[in-house]
Design a protein around this ligand. Structure first.
Ligand SMILES: [Zn+2]
Length: 165
Protein backbone atom coordinates (compact mmCIF):
# COMPACT_ATOMS: atom_id res chain seq x y z
CA UNK A 1 0.00 0.00 0.00
CA UNK A 2 1.42 3.35 -1.11
CA UNK A 3 -0.16 6.52 0.18
CA UNK A 4 -0.80 9.51 -2.08
CA UNK A 5 -3.27 11.22 0.25
CA UNK A 6 -3.28 11.33 4.01
CA UNK A 7 -5.46 8.48 5.36
CA UNK A 8 -6.23 10.64 8.41
CA UNK A 9 -7.17 14.04 6.93
CA UNK A 10 -7.20 13.58 3.14
CA UNK A 11 -4.47 16.13 2.45
CA UNK A 12 -2.18 15.44 -0.53
CA UNK A 13 1.11 14.00 0.72
CA UNK A 14 4.51 15.22 -0.42
CA UNK A 15 7.86 13.40 -0.33
CA UNK A 16 9.93 14.35 2.69
CA UNK A 17 13.38 13.12 3.60
CA UNK A 18 13.10 10.77 6.53
CA UNK A 19 16.60 9.84 7.73
CA UNK A 20 17.92 6.52 6.44
CA UNK A 21 14.55 5.69 4.87
CA UNK A 22 14.94 8.31 2.11
CA UNK A 23 11.92 10.21 0.86
CA UNK A 24 8.62 9.15 2.43
CA UNK A 25 5.11 10.50 1.69
CA UNK A 26 4.44 13.10 4.37
CA UNK A 27 1.36 14.96 5.54
CA UNK A 28 2.16 18.61 6.35
CA UNK A 29 -1.14 19.04 8.17
CA UNK A 30 -0.80 16.01 10.48
CA UNK A 31 3.00 16.36 10.64
CA UNK A 32 3.78 12.69 10.04
CA UNK A 33 5.09 10.34 7.36
CA UNK A 34 3.02 7.48 5.92
CA UNK A 35 5.34 4.60 5.16
CA UNK A 36 4.31 2.21 2.37
CA UNK A 37 3.47 -1.22 3.79
CA UNK A 38 2.17 -4.64 2.80
CA UNK A 39 -0.96 -5.99 4.47
CA UNK A 40 -0.11 -8.54 7.15
CA UNK A 41 -1.98 -11.83 6.82
CA UNK A 42 -1.63 -15.24 8.36
CA UNK A 43 -1.59 -18.50 6.47
CA UNK A 44 -2.13 -21.57 8.63
CA UNK A 45 -1.22 -25.19 8.15
CA UNK A 46 -4.00 -26.97 10.04
CA UNK A 47 -2.25 -30.13 11.12
CA UNK A 48 -3.47 -32.98 13.33
CA UNK A 49 -1.58 -33.17 16.63
CA UNK A 50 0.40 -36.24 15.50
CA UNK A 51 1.38 -34.66 12.12
CA UNK A 52 -0.43 -37.45 10.25
CA UNK A 53 -2.93 -35.29 8.41
CA UNK A 54 -3.64 -31.77 7.24
CA UNK A 55 -6.99 -30.06 6.69
CA UNK A 56 -7.18 -28.18 3.39
CA UNK A 57 -10.04 -26.04 2.19
CA UNK A 58 -11.57 -24.94 -1.09
CA UNK A 59 -12.76 -21.39 -1.61
CA UNK A 60 -14.06 -20.74 -5.09
CA UNK A 61 -13.46 -16.99 -4.78
CA UNK A 62 -9.76 -17.60 -4.06
CA UNK A 63 -8.73 -20.56 -6.23
CA UNK A 64 -9.87 -23.79 -7.89
CA UNK A 65 -7.13 -25.59 -5.97
CA UNK A 66 -7.07 -26.53 -2.34
CA UNK A 67 -5.70 -23.76 -0.13
CA UNK A 68 -4.86 -23.23 3.53
CA UNK A 69 -6.86 -21.32 6.07
CA UNK A 70 -5.73 -17.70 5.82
CA UNK A 71 -6.86 -14.25 6.77
CA UNK A 72 -5.94 -10.65 7.45
CA UNK A 73 -4.55 -9.54 10.78
CA UNK A 74 -7.07 -7.14 12.28
CA UNK A 75 -5.95 -3.78 13.59
CA UNK A 76 -4.59 -4.22 17.10
CA UNK A 77 -4.56 -8.04 16.84
CA UNK A 78 -1.38 -10.09 17.12
CA UNK A 79 -0.91 -12.65 14.32
CA UNK A 80 -0.90 -15.64 16.70
CA UNK A 81 -4.45 -14.69 17.69
CA UNK A 82 -5.41 -14.17 14.05
CA UNK A 83 -4.23 -17.70 13.22
CA UNK A 84 -6.25 -19.30 16.04
CA UNK A 85 -9.30 -17.16 15.21
CA UNK A 86 -9.21 -17.94 11.48
CA UNK A 87 -8.89 -21.70 12.05
CA UNK A 88 -11.94 -21.59 14.32
CA UNK A 89 -13.93 -19.29 12.00
CA UNK A 90 -13.18 -21.10 8.75
CA UNK A 91 -13.24 -24.77 9.76
CA UNK A 92 -14.47 -24.80 13.37
CA UNK A 93 -11.42 -26.47 14.90
CA UNK A 94 -9.72 -25.65 18.17
CA UNK A 95 -6.00 -24.90 17.91
CA UNK A 96 -3.94 -26.69 20.55
CA UNK A 97 -0.64 -25.06 19.62
CA UNK A 98 0.22 -22.32 17.16
CA UNK A 99 3.81 -21.84 16.06
CA UNK A 100 5.26 -19.36 13.62
CA UNK A 101 7.26 -21.03 10.84
CA UNK A 102 8.22 -18.56 8.10
CA UNK A 103 6.96 -15.51 6.21
CA UNK A 104 6.22 -15.11 2.51
CA UNK A 105 5.47 -12.16 0.28
CA UNK A 106 2.50 -12.44 -2.09
CA UNK A 107 3.03 -9.68 -4.66
CA UNK A 108 -0.31 -10.09 -6.45
CA UNK A 109 -2.17 -8.76 -3.42
CA UNK A 110 0.75 -6.97 -1.73
CA UNK A 111 0.34 -9.29 1.26
CA UNK A 112 2.97 -10.09 3.84
CA UNK A 113 1.99 -13.64 4.71
CA UNK A 114 3.04 -14.98 8.10
CA UNK A 115 3.08 -18.76 8.03
CA UNK A 116 1.89 -20.62 11.12
CA UNK A 117 1.58 -24.27 11.98
CA UNK A 118 -1.64 -24.78 13.93
CA UNK A 119 -1.88 -28.14 15.64
CA UNK A 120 -5.60 -28.79 15.86
CA UNK A 121 -7.86 -31.21 17.65
CA UNK A 122 -9.24 -33.41 14.90
CA UNK A 123 -12.97 -33.07 15.05
CA UNK A 124 -15.95 -32.33 12.91
CA UNK A 125 -15.17 -29.67 10.31
CA UNK A 126 -17.68 -26.85 10.63
CA UNK A 127 -17.29 -24.56 7.65
CA UNK A 128 -17.87 -20.82 7.48
CA UNK A 129 -19.88 -19.44 4.57
CA UNK A 130 -16.55 -18.35 2.99
CA UNK A 131 -15.44 -21.99 2.70
CA UNK A 132 -16.93 -24.29 0.07
CA UNK A 133 -15.41 -27.53 1.32
CA UNK A 134 -12.72 -28.86 3.61
CA UNK A 135 -11.08 -32.24 3.88
CA UNK A 136 -8.34 -34.10 5.72
CA UNK A 137 -5.42 -35.44 3.70
CA UNK A 138 -2.26 -37.37 4.64
CA UNK A 139 0.26 -34.63 5.42
CA UNK A 140 3.17 -36.18 3.52
CA UNK A 141 1.50 -36.20 0.13
CA UNK A 142 -0.75 -33.14 0.38
CA UNK A 143 1.68 -30.79 -1.43
CA UNK A 144 0.55 -32.08 -4.84
CA UNK A 145 -2.98 -30.78 -4.07
CA UNK A 146 -1.73 -27.20 -3.75
CA UNK A 147 -0.94 -24.93 -6.66
CA UNK A 148 2.66 -25.33 -7.80
CA UNK A 149 4.82 -22.56 -6.34
CA UNK A 150 2.00 -21.09 -4.25
CA UNK A 151 2.57 -19.73 -0.76
CA UNK A 152 0.40 -22.61 0.51
CA UNK A 153 2.65 -25.19 -1.14
CA UNK A 154 5.86 -23.47 -0.05
CA UNK A 155 4.66 -23.31 3.55
CA UNK A 156 3.74 -27.01 3.52
CA UNK A 157 7.08 -27.99 1.95
CA UNK A 158 8.96 -25.83 4.46
CA UNK A 159 7.13 -27.57 7.30
CA UNK A 160 7.78 -31.03 5.84
CA UNK A 161 11.48 -30.15 5.60
CA UNK A 162 11.44 -29.36 9.34
CA UNK A 163 9.62 -32.47 10.52
CA UNK A 164 11.30 -34.92 8.13
CA UNK A 165 14.87 -33.85 8.84
ZN1 LIG B 1 -3.05 14.40 7.38
Amino acid sequence: MNFKYCPECGEKLFPKSCGDEGEIPYCGKCGRPFFPFSYPCVICLCVAEDDSEIALIKQSYVSDNYVNVAGYVKQGEIPEDTAVREVMEEIGLETVSCKYLKSYYYAKRDNLMLGYVCKVKKGELKLSSEVDSAEWFPLKNAARLLRQGSVAQNLLNDYLAVILQ
